[in-house]
Design a protein around this ligand. Structure first.
Ligand SMILES: Cc1cc2nc3c(=O)[nH]c(=O)nc-3n(C[C@H](O)[C@H](O)[C@H](O)COP(=O)(O)O)c2cc1C
Ligand code: SF4
Ligand code: SF4
Length: 282
């Protein structure tokens, strides 16, 4: 016998987005537990990801992929939320490397590519393919906008209140999809072969205001910053220009060289008044 849709107290049917014929759009309960893997040198990716996590699970185990030399282990729960910033339309190499340590067999994943208003290009596709290659079933994905970590006037304050509402609504739909057991694969934009990775030609440098506290060296996810004979040295070969050291410096003594900062500001100037919409894929 054919079942009828559940209705809420107000008699309203909550529409289900999964298109699974057995699912009739029941409102779904939060998960008990989920893992949140994130890389967030300046905090925007983490902020966006935490909003999503709040909407999907009672308890979250957060794993910072930016901690150098910390091995990542198999998720304990059934769902892993994986959030990464977009660099040059790709996922930072340090993230893809860490994700290949994960065993995702039998696990669901939700992916979030967080970008600074310009474009996310192949990043979400790259993130999903990397995880699928590790055995995850990627149930849902989103391209979310955050303040640009080099030019903060671009997308300033994002994710904001409106973003929060959209991300929480998305979390509700992901719960519905997971609970009704849909296994329809998520399709995201992007091309393969991916565009070439961004080349780093300059690194942040320390000014004479530096008090040699060592915070930049401690936070650098690639080990590019070294303190040698009372001097802060930064290796061009390993720096990914993530801006973590700039954001962490208590003396505001670390910045990109003026020439690169100005060039980037000029390149992104036209985006200061642009409001890019978040995009959700289920
Ligand atoms: C090296 C670098 C490259 C970036 N490339 C892009 C890009 O291709 N497209 C874009 O929209 N934003 C780009 N951004 C902006 C970041 O994706 C955005 O600010 C993100 O929120 C940063 O994450 P975080 O705050 O967690 O560090 C780039 C930022 C950096 C530092
Ligand atoms: S964090 Fe800033 S003050 Fe501390 S060592 Fe690095 S540049 Fe110097
Ligand atoms: S030195 Fe480069 S890689 Fe290290 S924290 Fe600074 S910007 Fe990021």
């Amino acid at each position: 016998m054919e079942q009828t849709p559940d209705t809420g107290a107000d008699g309203e049917v909550s529409a289900c987005i999964c298109y699974n014929k057995r699912c009739y759009g029941r409102r779904k309960a939060m998960l008990n537990m989920a893992e949140f893997y994130y890389f967030s040198p300046t905090g925007g990716t983490r902020k966006a990801g935490e909003i999503f996590c709040r909407g999907i699970s009672e308890h979250i185990k957060a794993v910072d992929l930016g901690v150098k030399d910390r091995a990542v282990t198999k998720p304990e729960s059934h769902l892993a939320v994986i959030a990464a910033p977009v660099y040059g339309g790709r996922i930072p190499s340090v993230v893809t490397k860490k994700l290949t340590e994960l065993d995702g067999r039998g696990k669901n994943a939700v992916t979030l590519a967080v970008y600074g208003t310009r474009a996310y290009e192949d990043a979400l596709l790259e993130l999903n393919r990397t995880l699928e290659g590790k055995g995850f079933y990627v149930a849902a994905s989103a391209a979310l906008v955050a303040q640009h970590s080099i030019v903060p006037e671009v997308g300033r304050g994002r994710p904001n209140r409106q973003d929060e509402e959209e991300i929480l609504a998305f979390a509700g739909k992901v719960l519905e999809k997971l609970e009704c057991g849909s296994d329809s694969p998520v399709k995201v934009p992007g091309n393969h072969p991916y565009k070439n990775g961004m080349s780093v030609t300059m690194t942040p440098v320390s000014s004479p205001d530096c008090c040699q506290c060592g915070k930049c060296a401690a936070i650098c996810p690639t080990g590019a910053v070294k303190m040698e004979n009372g001097e802060i040295l930064t290796e061009l070969e390993t720096c990914i220009m993530c801006m973590a050291c700039v954001a962490a410096c208590p003396k505001h003594a670390r910045a990109l060289p003026d020439v690169l900062q100005e060039k980037t500001e000029q390149k992104l100037a036209g985006l200061k008044s642009v409001h890019r919409e978040n995009e959700f894929f289920l």
